[in-house]
Structures are given as structure tokens and as C-alpha cells.
Design a protein around this ligand. Structure first.
Ligand code: TRP
Length: 463
């Protein structure tokens, strides 16, 4: 029997779901990760591949993830187990939920450290530290923060406490009200930043950089670039680990999944592009390096805030809103494991949230130490933080996405998914989704994987 509500609570309306899911999707991935990753791979061509991944892979998989969550109405592990049995498949599909928990664990551990940078910047912007600073001073500021384990630990700890507090109270009751005004505010401030960058920065150069694909730049490491663009799409849309699945499990049975997904993915993409248009004009006007890595926004935005009128105020507001965006994302990363602890280990929600939070917090300490004291320790040339980021976005999330696509497209009976989408049999939207989820999405993810490890080249040479 499919239940019509979740024991963890339900969103109060369709709008509440859209806001919460957008809150999960929009975060550091859009404003911190997207610009620097695009910068590392030379801009335009990367952006184009990214947009294709969102449309052809991200949207159908997000629909599938929400659909599965709503049908199962439990944590991803138990949802997959129940649905697999109901469709006559092996309960081993719950492995998808376990891998998702692992991914959420790893992501939140480094995500919280970066969110901690944002918290530190709220204080610095607020105390006027950025006024009049140049590129060198800004880089030094950032270097000081990242080199100081005690400061990093303080802010990382604060962010984890904030996240645990909301999850302990229950997402459906705590999150809704907050997101309602934060999302529009973040959006507005980002627009102000873009307008400022247009006035004061090198907007033309930024536009060309982001929207004129130069495939020559990709050629040298095309496989790696495509993998990173795809990974960025999964990361930014919160796909492949059960976060969106569990948000789907709190969604009413009447809501239209397809329409909601288009809105959520559209807003997420818009915020990423706006972030790029706010940052790259400043990068180019100050002769900075777009490929300078994870410090990009933390080194460029202070320069802009330092020069613009009212910069201390805008700077503080901007970083406050970025903290909130990160907070609403962090919550969704913790929720799947907490829901599972509540369902299957019968912990109270507060205890479950605290235990999961402590585990993530400990792992986060390893991440923040990899930036300073442990910087010598690397695996495949990456420190722990970079390694967690790479493995989750580029491997675990896409793998989770393929598994979701295969389950929704091949294991689940057609009537089941058709019924869950509330679509009439033979609806063209359904047929399109089915085509994408059965063939295009899984095949593209696998091709991108094979290409990145150089396997396609070998095959092409054979032929
Ligand atoms: N999408 C969020 C961001 O862009 C991060 C995030 C939240 C996430 N939940 C997730 C990433 C689940 C992957 C999977 O900042």
C-alpha cells in the first residue's frame, strides 16, 4: 500500500515544496563552485556543456527522483527497498540509498567548511575590512583565513550547529518560512551585483568568456571538462544522493512533478549564470585569473565591495544571504540520513540529527586541516577537501543518477510511473520523459565517464 503522507511531516503547499527544493539546489554550488569550475575549464564551452547536462540529464533525473520519493514516502534507503519489492525487483536497490548517505556525508563535511568561509566573511565585510582593498590584499585576506585551522574550525562548528538545529526540529516545519523571503532577497542582491559589475567591471569580456564557446580551450582536457560540467550539474541540482528524493516524499500526491522541476532547475541555472555575470567582470577588470580555483569568489568579491558605494552594507548582506543559501542546502544533505535513523533505528529526531551532525563535523575537521596543517597529504594530487569534492560530484552523484534513471525507467512498471506523475496514458510529456530516462540520461552519463578515463579514445582507435 502506498501511504499518502510521510511520518516526518508534509510540505504545507506546492509553493513550500518549490521553495524548499530550490533552497536545496541553490547554494554554494551556484555562487562558489560554478564560477570557479567554469574558470578552470576556460568558460564558454564548459558553460554550454553544463547547460546541456542540466536539460537532458538533470531535469529528467530530478523528475525521477521526486517521483520515487513521493511513491515511497520514506528515507531513500527504505523507499528504494519498498519500491523495489513492490515492482518485483531485488531489495538490493536500497544500496542506492546507502551510497547516497555516504555521498551526503562526504559533501556536507566539506560544504560546511566552505560555508564557514562565508560566515567569516560576513564578519569581515561587516567590520569594514574590505573597504578600498586591492587584489593583493584580498588574496592575502583569504590566505590568512584558509591557513588558520582555529578560525576555520570555529566557523565550521557554527555552521554544523545551525544545520543540526533545523533538521532536529523537522524540515517541513522549520524550513518553509525561512526560505520564503530569503530566496527572493538573494536573487535581488545578486541582480544588484550584476548591475554593479556591468557598470564597474569588464562586462564585455565576461560575456564573451561565458557565452562564446571556444572549443579549442576544451580540447586539451575535454574528457575531464565534460565530466566536471556533468558533475557540476548533479551537484548544483542536488541530484543523485536522495536529497531531492526525500523532499519529494513530503510532497502532496496532487502536485505536478514536471512543472515543479522545470521551475526549480530554471531558478538554479539562473542563479548560477547571474553569479558568473557578477564575478567575471570583476575578475577581468582587475587582471585576475579566472582559473584560480576555489578561492575565486572569496578573492574577487571583496574587491568589488571595497570599491562600490555602500560596499560594507552590500557586502555584509551578500555574505549573509550566501550563508542562508548554504544553510538551506546543508539541511537537505543531512535530512536523508536523519530520516533513516528515525525510521529504522527508532531514534528521536533531535538525537538522530545530533549524532549524524557530530559524525559529519568530525569528517569536516579532516577537510579543514587539509587546507593547512595536512596540506602535504594528498591522494591523486588532491587534498582531502578537494578529493571529497571530486569523488562526490564527479563519481558518486552521477552513479546515483544512473541508478535512479535505470530504476525509474526500466525496473518500475510503466503504469506505476505514469500514475505517480498524474499523467494520462500516452501523454507526450510522459513519452519524452520516458525516452530521456531510459536512454539519453543513462547513456550520456556512461559515455562521459568512459570518455573521462580515456576509454572512448581507445575504442575509437580500434574502429
Ligand atoms: N545543490 C547545493 C548547492 O548547489 C548543494 C547540495 C544540497 C547538494 N543538497 C545536495 C549537492 C545533494 C548534491 C546532492 O550548493
Amino acid at each position: 500500500m502506498s501511504s499518502t503522507t510521510s511520518i516526518h511531516g508534509m510540505w504545507s503547499s506546492r509553493l513550500a515544496f518549490i521553495l524548499a527544493a530550490t533552497g536545496s539546489a541553490v547554494g554554494l554550488g551556484n555562487i562558489w563552485r560554478f564560477p570557479y569550475t567554469a574558470g578552470e575549464f576556460g568558460g564558454g564551452a564548459f558553460v554550454l556543456v553544463y547547460l546541456l547536462c542540466v536539460a537532458a540529464i538533470g531535469i529528467p533525473i530530478m523528475m525521477a527522483e521526486i517521483m520515487l520519493g513521493r511513491r515511497g514516502r520514506q528515507s531513500p534507503i527504505n523507499t528504494m527497498c519498498t519500491l523495489a519489492k513492490r515492482e518485483g525487483a531485488t531489495p538490493a536497490w536500497q544500496l542506492l540509498g546507502w551510497v547516497g548517505i555516504l555521498a551526503g556525508f562526504l559533501i556536507l563535511s566539506f560544504y560546511s567548511v566552505i560555508a564557514g568561509w562565508t560566515l567569516a566573511y560576513v564578519v569581515q565585510a561587516g567590520s569594514g575590512d574590505f573597504s578600498g582593498i586591492n587584489a593583493d590584499a584580498s588574496a592575502a585576506f583569504f590566505g590568512d583565513l584558509v591557513g588558520d585551522p582555529a578560525r576555520l574550525l570555529t566557523w565550521h562548528t557554527l555552521f554544523m550547529i545551525m544545520t543540526v538545529l533545523v533538521v532536529a526540529r523537522g524540515v517541513a516545519s522549520g524550513l518553509e518560512k525561512a526560505v520564503q523571503f530569503l530566496m527572493p532577497a538573494l536573487f535581488l542582491l545578486l541582480l544588484i551585483m550584476v548591475i554593479y559589475a556591468w557598470q564597474a567591471g569588464d562586462f564585455g569580456a565576461a560575456w564573451v568568456y561565458m557565452f562564446q564557446p571556444d572549443f579549442a580551450k576544451l580540447e586539451a582536457h575535454a574528457g575531464e571538462a565534460m565530466l566536471s560540467a556533468m558533475g557540476q550539474a548533479f551537484f548544483s541540482l542536488s541530484l543523485g544522493m536522495g536529497a531531492i528524493m526525500i523532499y519529494g516524499s513530503y510532497l502532496s500526491s496532487q502536485a505536478s512533478i514536471g512543472r515543479n522541476v522545470v521551475i526549480i532547475a530554471g531558478m538554479d541555472t539562473l542563479v548560477a549564470l547571474l553569479a558568473g555575470m557578477a564575478i567575471f567582470p570583476i575578475v577581468f577588470a582587475n587582471g585576475l585569473e579566472p582559473g584560480s580555483g576555489p578561492g575565486l569568489i572569496f578573492q574577487t568579491l571583496p574587491i568589488a565591495f571595497g570599491q562600490m558605494p555602500g560596499g560594507s552594507l552590500f557586502g555584509t548582506l551578500f555574505f549573509v544571504l550566501l550563508v542562508f543559501a548554504a544553510w538551506t542546502s546543508g539541511i537537505s544533505l543531512l535530512e536523508p540520513m536523519v530520516a533513516w535513523l528515525v525510521e529504522s533505528r527508532e531514534f528521536g529526531r533531535p538525537l538522530a540529527a545530533i549524532l549524524a551532525g557530530i559524525a559529519v563535523w568530525l569528517l569536516g575537521i579532516a577537510c579543514l586541516l587539509s587546507l593547512n596543517l595536512w596540506s602535504e597529504f594528498t591522494v591523486w594530487g588532491m587534498g582531502i577537501l578537494d578529493l571529497f569534492d571530486y569523488i562526490t560530484a564527479n563519481v558518486l552523484l552521477p552513479l546515483g543518477g544512473v541508478a535512479i534513471a535505470l530504476f525509474a525507467g526500466w525496473v518500475m512498471h510503466r503504469q506505476s510511473s505514469e500514475q505517480e506523475f498524474n499523467l494520462k496514458p500516452g501523454s507526450p510529456f510522459y513519452l519524452l520523459w520516458r525516452l530521456l530516462i531510459r536512454y539519453l540520461a543513462p547513456i550520456s552519463v556512461i559515455l562521459v565517464f568512459l570518455d573521462a578515463v580515456g576509454f572512448l579514445d581507445i575504442i575509437i582507435e580500434w574502429i
